[in-house]
Design a protein around this ligand. Sequence first.
Ligand code: DC
Length: 225
Amino acid sequence: LKKLVIAIDGPAASGKSTTARLLAKRLGYLYVDTGAMYRAMTLKVLQQKIPLDQTDQISELARKTEIRLRQDNDDLKVFLDNQDVTGAIRSPAVTRSVSAVSMIPVVREVMVREQQQMGKEGGIVVEGRDIGTVVFPGAQVKIFMDARVEERARRRQQELKTQQVDVTLDELVIEIQERDRKDTHRTVSPLRRADDAVVLDTSQLTIAQQVEAIYQEVQKLMVKG
Ligand code: DC
């Protein structure tokens, strides 16, 4: 069987991570959460107390930062300079600052190079904002996942509840819209559907149905050879 590159893009909380992780498991592929890499970089900027507008300083920091993703049974662990930051990168402070850090061209250059390295043999499900457009424009399968913002907020609320974090739906709608606005309107690699991406609106789908829908796309290609 061919080892494909599967690119999944979409706005915040559209269900990309869960879907990509389960799909990778089903295919025996590597799962890469690129948002986790931008989050880890953001955590380091916050730890070093560098103001978010200090582009040069952040760029320099990005060049000497090592971010690694490691599969650990069903979980994906994130390491920042060999420290496990899997939990820390989901904090509200990181979520608030990550769009600013990921706007910086050098930060993107460093992350994109690393992502391309991980995918050069194929056999990978990569999820983010610019995967089908910039990181792997030649990916054999491109999916653009989307869902109504109210539904995305509801899902994010459920997820936060499992971490004992209580946030109102209204707050989450605003936060998600704000992040989408920044991710869509930045000059470098904005969130955009690749022309050849298949749109998957997940507003009415269960996770199992989302995985199945992409799996079917993959099967079509496998059959064609
Ligand atoms: O997928 P996520 O919500 O964990 O991503 C966090 C942020 O990282 C997102 O708001 C924008 C940025 N990001 C990016 O710029 N490019 C990617 N390929 C993935 C994420």
